[in-house]
Design a protein around this ligand. Structure first.
Ligand SMILES: Cc1ncc(COP(=O)(O)O)c(C=O)c1O
Length: 453
């Protein structure tokens, strides 16, 4: 078994030839087949155990926890399914609880609508924007990622997601990548923010930028942003940059849409990533941790009046499974768990400290790691080469011969969009002991990866 990192097509074995390889599963070798997941641990068919440092794509913030399903099932025993057009007390309860969470964070009353997954949630958010005004363009950050459906891949940075669609496009403006470190010549945060804002100014102040009229009127429907870019390389935009961008686009009449699909539910510390900044969004999308990865569900919150019936009347939005009772019951149970978790802030702080320590140690010891930081339960290590996928592969099998506290490897995260960044986002329930195992596995992985420099 090698650690060869292969992007794109790989030859199929007869064992897997009946399943399409268009998703990520067959991106790297080897491809373990998993049979168990509990807490922060996954186990494969060969008996190897892996420490999850990606929390199932950032969904399993509460760890792999089948008891959530059991509790949820009790809530739907009497109402196991319902047509999407019938109201239930369960749906009302979940919507109210979510609206209350948004009220707590924003001070704004609003409404909640449900969808199936992340990309569909972003589509729904765009529908809400469009039902409020008819402006045409969308602004996003370079490096932003909002999903891969045909429509939403227009917003996500990677051209390869939409290249095969040909010339069909929605108008998207990409604002300077908010990663201070990515610039080779703007060394300080201040210089970076000044240059980035200069560029935003040029785009939005006059006809020269191609997006406003000669009177400076905006034709921008929405600014759609992640508070911390996930697939784009775990990038926390500088506060001054993000807040100035929000202010500028608001002046132009754009609605401010925050994609909390990855950051929501305390991944970066507070309940929502936007709480790191001083602004109130108009529309927010949540998914992933909303069901702890146990059912596909997303939701869109819009402050009043954006989803009032006059603007968003019955029939504007519908899909067979959006109000699925089991998904809603799971969300309800997940909300119970967070409500009961009184020490969550201290626990996430503890994870942040430990991640910071291990990331600093890796950066200090291994030249292949250039820099890194942690924000809440989210860490990034910037590499000197575009080899995050290869390092992922090393991590999976690094302790096969000598398991560390019963773990044979770790599952880290990386993306094709930012192949220079290794992401670490374990379940928020990870124990101190498991964090220590993660540290050891990480050090071993980087020691092995030195050969790639
Ligand atoms: C910030 C962000 N938005 C949107 C999405 C897309 O969600 P989904 O994969 O459920 O379509 C993701 C997925 O990683 C994400 O991280």
């Amino acid at each position: 078994m090698g650690n060869k990192y292969v992007v794109g097509h790989r030859s199929e074995s007869s064992k897997t030839s009946f399943v399409a390889h268009g998703d990520f599963i067959y991106r790297h070798e080897p491809v373990p087949i998993f049979i168990k997941a509990k807490g922060s641990a996954l186990e494969d068919i060969g008996g190897y155990r892996y420490l999850s440092a990606d929390a199932a794509n950032g969904t399993a913030n509460l760890g792999f926890d089948a008891s959530i399903l059991k509790e949820s099932w009790k809530k739907v025993e009497k109402i196991p399914s319902m047509p999407s057009f019938c109201e239930t007390e369960l749906r009302l309860r979940v919507a109210k609880r979510l609206a209350n969470l948004f009220y707590k964070a924003t001070g704004e009353q609003g409404k909640v609508a449900f969808e199936l997954g992340g990309a569909q949630g972003v589509e729904l958010a765009i529908k809400v924007v469009k039902s409020n005004h008819r402006k045409s363009q969308f602004a996003v950050f370079e490096g932003g990622y909002h999903g891969r459906s045909i429509f939403i891949s227009q917003l996500s940075a990677s051209h390869r997601y939409r290249a095969f669609l040909g010339d069909w496009r929605i108008p998207v403006i990409r604002l300077p990548y908010p990663d201070v470190e990515y610039s080779t010549y703007l060394k300080t945060e201040e210089a970076f923010v000044n240059a980035a804002l200069d560029s935003v100014d040029r785009i939005t102040r006059g006809e020269i930028g191609g997006v406003v009229t000669n009177k400076g009127e905006g034709d921008i429907a929405a600014l759609i942003i992640e508070p911390v870019l996930n697939a784009g390389g775990i990038v926390k935009p500088p506060k001054r940059y993000l807040e100035a961008v929000v202010k500028r686009f608001r002046e132009l009449g754009a609605l401010i849409v925050v994609d909390e699909i990855f950051c929501g539910f305390h991944r970066t510390g507070p309940m929502f990533g936007f709480e790191h900044y001083d602004f109130i969004p108009d529309i927010v999308i949540l998914s992933k941790a909303l069901t702890n990865g146990l059912a596909p569900l997303s939701c869109v919150w819009a402050k009043n009046p954006y989803m009032m019936p006059e603007r968003f009347p019955p029939g504007t939005h519908s899909s067979t499974f959006t109000n699925n009772t089991l998904s809603l019951a799971i969300a309800d149970t997940v909300l119970d768990r967070y409500a009961q978790w009184k020490t969550i802030h201290a626990d996430v702080n503890r994870i942040e400290r430990k991640l910071s320590e291990m990331i600093s140690a890796v950066v200090k010891e291994f030249p292949i790691a250039k820099s890194g930081y942690a924000i809440g339960a989210l860490g990034r290590i910037v590499l000197r080469k575009n080899i995050a996928g290869q390092i992922d592969d090393f991590a999976m099998t690094i302790a096969r011969k000598n398991a560390v506290n019963g773990f044979h490897g770790a599952i880290l995260a990386s993306t094709g969009l930012s192949p220079h960044v290794l992401a670490i986002n374990p379940p928020l329930t990870i124990t101190q002991r498991e964090l220590e195992v993660l540290r050891i596995l990480l050090i071993q992985t980087f020691a092995a990866a030195q050969s790639l420099l």
